[in-house]
Design a binder for this molecule. Structure first.
Ligand SMILES: [Zn+2]
Length: 173
């Protein structure tokens, strides 16, 4: 049995006792979280969120890519979220390789170049990467200035969060 087949069995059990059909689409706690896809992060558990309370947008690294920004814009303008959180974490895999290395490896393995993705968005410093992502979101012309954008590093060994302030926030404070 493949993992997918196992998961489908789990879904049968889930649907049998399903009680969330009453939920509406706009997140009840009006918050959107952009987080790394790392399997050790269960964003709902880390932040005490329940189904229906938040938008959770995930990708490798928790990067404010064009697609993550697209989701945040829809989250705020169409579904009413009023606060954004960006979650990176210790031990992130994106610290362990370089864009060019992976690109070279994949080109060698497949014998072909690809036009996308343009970037893998690897980084070498956790805090400075997180500051850059906060700034990308805060400086977007379609994201209102009153929306708080706060960034945290989740420690995969302790479960704790450590806030990282962007340079603009530090100047303002
Ligand atoms: Zn990660």
């Amino acid at each position: 049995m493949s993992t997918t087949d196992e998961l489908l069995k789990a879904n049968e059990r889930y649907a049998y006792s399903f009680k969330l059909g009453h939920l509406s689409s706009p997140p009840a706690r009006k918050v959107a979280v952009l987080a790394c896809m790392d399997a050790r992060l269960t964003v709902e558990h880390i932040l005490g969120l329940e189904t229906g309370e938040a938008h959770i947008i995930r990708n490798a690294g928790g990067i404010a890519t064009e697609d993550a920004l697209r989701s945040l814009l829809i989250s705020h303008h169409l579904l009413g979220t009023q606060e954004f959180i960006i979650l990176n974490h210790t031990g992130c895999g994106m610290l362990t390789f370089k864009d060019e290395e992976l690109r070279d490896r994949l080109e060698k393995q497949t014998g072909t170049a690809a036009f996308a993705p343009v970037h893998f968005h690897t980084f070498t410093d956790l805090e400075s990467n997180l500051r850059r992502q906060i700034e990308r979101v805060r400086s977007h012309p379609w994201i209102p200035k009153h929306i708080p954008v706060r960034g945290f590093i989740y420690d995969v060994k302790t479960g704790r969060l450590h806030e990282v302030r962007s340079s603009a926030q530090t100047v303002a404070a």
